[in-house]
Design a protein around this ligand. Structure first.
Ligand code: NZQ
Ligand code: ZN
Length: 388
């Protein structure tokens, strides 16, 4: 096992009715909160009212900054940071999915910074401080509620970049599975693919040879994401499935599962971010297109034994030969995504083959920034060609 440091300071309040505790928790950090949210979903499902009731009862006033769009935009985050500064907000509260939380993180850091917050995403400046952040999660997917990363899209330059640092860990995140009852089937499925992809990235790229616990944990979480998302798609208001899925997605990207795995690379995310930067597609859909193509490309480049293990442990494939089990793994992954209605080919989202060089060039920029080595633009084009 590689050396590691693990520290995750986010407090999780999980279960039915926990949002009623938001106000009391917010009051620990101040009296004036910038409230960041997306479109109409939280007003339709009661989450907005539950937040406002709790904040009002605790004497916390609210400055609202709604309208975060999926693949949150830099301009909107900049406006939020300016608003927080103007009103002297003491804290930031996000209510929604990963996009609202990521936007809130950008705003929390931007509010404490004299320069342009895009500097954090291009690694021109480290995040040294941020306003305290609380989150109310309404969509199981990204893990942003319990990690210190934020992904923002610069729509002018078509760059979807990530920033991170300890000040961005939410102080407390409220996870009420009932808040996810209204998540539409497509988003439920994208969330499942995204969370599995977070596990895939480290499971398949770890240089560690003699680790077993972390791989078994990743397999168990993956199996449970697959089963709980299937149950949630069948019965959207089933508490146990929504609860299991919510906690699995949080665990998939809160730092605990890759501990000891050494340096790993988010290759599929690097490519997907370029897809959604250029074509503005849902993150989970992009991952369902890229991941099996990367499996296919990498299968004959050293990934066969791990793919075979994944096939047996996750998809319960009963095939003793690694070469055959690895091929089956790629098929089963695509079938799993497609079975939930998630696109697995570029063509299904009308992304033309002629666009592949541009996507690959864009991804190379991100690979450079993230320090991912061993991939040329031609390699990324080959992977995307397998996803046509
Ligand atoms: O805008 P609203 O009304 O909130 O509607 C949203 C949005 O349309 C809707 N939704 C959310 N909760 C709902 C609901 N609809 C009905 N009922 C509810 N309870 O779902 C749609 C998608 O929301 P979004 O927040 O965009 O989805 P997700 O949580 O998948 O977040 C995706 C973003 O997170 C980034 C992605 O790149 C993407 O930009 N990621 C962030 C990560 C992180 N910070 O750790 C890691 C991930 O790898 C990912 O990159
Ligand atoms: Zn992701």
């Amino acid at each position: 096992m590689h050396n590691f440091t693990f520290q995750n300071p986010t407090k999780i309040a999980f279960g039915r009715g926990v949002i009623s505790g938001l106000g009391k928790e917010a009051a620990r950090y101040g009296r004036k909160a910038l409230f960041v949210c997306g479109g109409a979903s939280i007003k339709a499902n009661g989450v907005y009212d539950a937040c406002m009731k709790s904040l009002a009862a605790a004497g916390v006033s609210v400055i609202e900054h709604g309208g975060v769009k999926p693949n949150p935009a830099l301009a909107h985050a900049r406006a939020g940071a300016a608003l927080a500064k103007k009103h002297g907000a003491d804290l930031v509260i996000a209510a929604g999915g990963g996009s609202s939380i990521d936007a809130a993180k950008a705003i929390a850091a931007g509010a404490k910074y004299s320069g342009d917050l895009w500097d954090f995403y291009t690694y021109k400046a480290p995040i040294q401080e941020a306003l305290p952040l609380l989150t109310v999660l309404t969509l199981a997917a990204t893990g942003s509620e319990m990690n210190c990363g934020s992904v923002i899209t610069n729509e002018e330059t078509r760059q979807k970049f990530a920033a991170g640092g300890p000040p961005l860990f939410p102080k407390t995140s409220f996870l009420d599975p009932e808040a996810t009852y209204t998540v539409p089937p497509a988003q439920t499925a994208y969330g499942a693919v995204d969370a599995v992809s977070h596990l895939v990235e480290t499971y398949f790229t770890t240089p560690e040879k003699s680790v077993n616990l972390q791989l078994e944990l990743a397999e168990a979480v993956t199996r449970n994401i697959i089963s709980s998302s299937a149950a949630a798609l069948k019965n959207p208001r089933g508490y146990d499935a929504r609860a299991e899925m919510m906690w699995c997605c949080t665990l998939a990207l809160n730092g605990i599962l890759p501990a000891g795995l050494g340096e790993t690379s988010f290759i599929n995310h690097g490519i997907e971010h370029s897809l959604s930067a250029i074509y503005d597609i849902p993150h989970g859909a992009g991952l369902a297109i890229v991941t099996p193509a990367w499996f296919e490309w990498k299968r004959a480049r050293g990934l066969e034994p791990r793919l075979a293990r994944f096939a047996r442990e996750v998809f319960r494939v009963n095939e003793p030969q690694d070469s055959k089990a690895a091929i089956i793994c790629v098929d089963r992954f695509r079938q799993w995504c497609a079975g939930m209605g998630v696109p697995v080919r570029l063509s299904q989202l009308n992304i033309p083959s002629e666009g592949i060089p541009e996507i690959a060039a864009n991804a190379m920029g991100l690979f450079k920034l993230w320090g991912i080595e061993g991939y040329s633009q031609k390699n990324i084009e080959e992977i995307l060609t397998l996803a046509k």
